[in-house]
Write a protein that binds this ligand. Structure first.
Ligand code: FE2
Length: 262
């Protein structure tokens, strides 16, 4: 944990916002306002416990819980306070094996700058690679077609891109968005359930991706690929590994999808 926390705080450049009595360490990116976006815990293997999405308000959370229950996804409620500064969470398991959570409440701690006449950046934005936010994750597991239906029909996402399988009849990989980002989550078809490919952190420019590469090199961070450009999403990217063996991405750009045009 010490090595992992040191990496996320000092090399990737996230802000540590708290530790709980279970030893979990809570972090956020410098320009995020909510208390945490990445939580680290000690484990025997690398991987992802769950990914959470914030919804508009508690009434919206209730409505999603009802929809998930009606679809037979057996949502489970985790009471407020289980995670630091976080309200009630609704958790369900995807047919790919991944746990997804929805929540409406997380304490805003701000980005260290004033809301009136704020400066463009501060010291936190110069610490390490310093992404502005957690951007997306790519997960892999079975039943991607069913996962797509859940995200589109129940959670209100839309399909931005896909990779077609043999015969062009099935999707072997999908990229889904719930706003105007090029993707918020992506899935690749894979026999083994519940796998994490990478968590991605947003940088403001290609220059900052190059700087991220410098910082990885200066800190002996093992790089998987890049700097390069993705075909899907057109993002500028580096894939690299955290000290536990989780792949992460420093990502920049990507186009704006138009969900009304198919
Ligand atoms: Fe990515």
């Amino acid at each position: 944990m010490d090595k992992a926390v040191g990496f996320y705080r000092d090399v990737l450049g996230l802000v540590e916002t708290g530790r709980d009595d279970q030893g979990r360490v809570f972090l956020k990116c410098w320009d995020e306002r909510d208390h945490n976006s990445i939580i680290l815990r000690e484990a025997d293997t690398a991987g992802l416990d769950f990914m959470g999405f914030k919804v508009r308000d508690e009434a919206t959370l209730d409505a999603f819980e009802d929809k998930l229950a009606a679809a037979g996804l057996n949502p489970e409620t985790i009471p407020a306070g289980d995670l630091m500064e976080t309200g009630r969470r609704v958790r369900f398991r995807l047919p790919s094996g991944h746990l997804i959570e929805l929540y409406a409440t997380k304490t805003s701690v701000g980005n260290g700058m004033t809301m009136t006449n704020p400066p463009p950046w501060n010291a936190q934005s110069e610490n390490g690679i310093a992404p502005t936010r957690f951007d997306h994750a790519l997960l892999y597991g079975p039943n991607v077609a069913e996962v797509e239906r859940i995200f589109v029909d129940i959670l209100g996402f839309y399909l931005v891109e896909r990779v077609l399988g043999p015969g062009n009849e099935t999707s072997v990989a999908i990229w889904l968005s719930c706003g105007q980002k090029v993707h918020d989550i992506a899935f690749v078809e894979h026999a083994e359930p519940g796998k994490l490919h990478h968590c991605s952190f947003l940088l403001e420019s290609w220059e900052k991706v190059m700087r991220a590469g410098d910082i990885m090199s200066m800190n002996d961070v093992p790089v998987d690929i890049g700097p390069t450009r993705h075909g899907v999403t057109r993002g500028g990217t580096i894939y690299a590994w955290d000290p536990s063996g989780n792949r992460f991405e420093t990502f920049q750009g990507g186009y704006y999808p138009y969900p009304d045009v198919t």
